[in-house]
Write a protein that binds this ligand. Sequence first.
Ligand code: DGY
Length: 330
Amino acid sequence: MAKPKVFVTRPFPDVGLKRVLAECDAEVWPGPLPPPREVLLEKVRDIEGLLSMLTEQIDAELMDAAPRLKVISNYAVGFNNIDVAAATERGIAVGNTPGVLTDATADMAFCLLIAAARRLLESYHDILAGKWRTWEPMGWIGQDLVGRTLGVVGMGRIGTALARRCHGGWGMRVLYYDVRANEEAERTLGAQRVDFDTLLAESDFVSIHTVLNEETRGMFGRDAFRKMKRTAVLVNTARGPIVDTDALVEALRSGEIFAAGLDVTDPEPLPPDHPLLELPNAVVAPHIASATVTSRNAMAEIAADNLLLGLQNKPLRAWVNPEVEPRWRR
Ligand code: DGY
């Protein structure tokens, strides 16, 4: 029997890729950059399965170019790059990789939080610039962590994992803003669900862990920064467009907030001459929160499972749109 034809938009860890190569007639875009849009539209023409990265825009136009497509397996927990409604309408299953990058991402959020609070990058750059002349009694003063207030926007798996670190390790009070209550976090961490304005006004550290959608796009703009403490640190490990970049640059420049630690930005990648990168109080990483051996391998296994199960019209291991089942392409 002929193997199903699939397209993989970039090489990913062997634990998943090898299984895809063994069980499918697979073409893997050699990378390191994503396939250009016009190439992708061509490559999907007669495939049944697509293994995509968060860098590809998987929209209705692309799905219409792929009349045999049954399953899209995204190598990411976030799936804002996929028009899920369009996929469901066309009978295409969508999978993602939740649960296995929680600790890695929470660790990264904490790493950014402490680096921004303690001015780590700024002081490192000052060393490189020859500004470290002596121990300074008044130099490079940062923010304390112990006993401060953490505000989590989006108290899901990752937000809760960060709150656990900050509450358990640094005795922080935890506030959160979410459309749903997280009773476990309330019970075990004493987390308090508050409205957005209260969270902004009372938090010393605000960490974003919500999904990107039309409600959250630009949620952190001028108005939000005005409501935050001047000593506050903003952390974003979710998606760049949740923060209005120009407003953030302004808030950091004018001292409206103390610092920011960002693993995600808008745009991505940031050009090296972007104003954000010139600010001493912005710590920026190139979207690496899930980049640990364990997380990336586990993501690869789930992404391969989702793809292979979808090709057989079996329930995906992590299924974003199970409601597609009655109209799933066979
Ligand atoms: C995700 O999975 O959504 C992260 O942003 C990248 O691993």
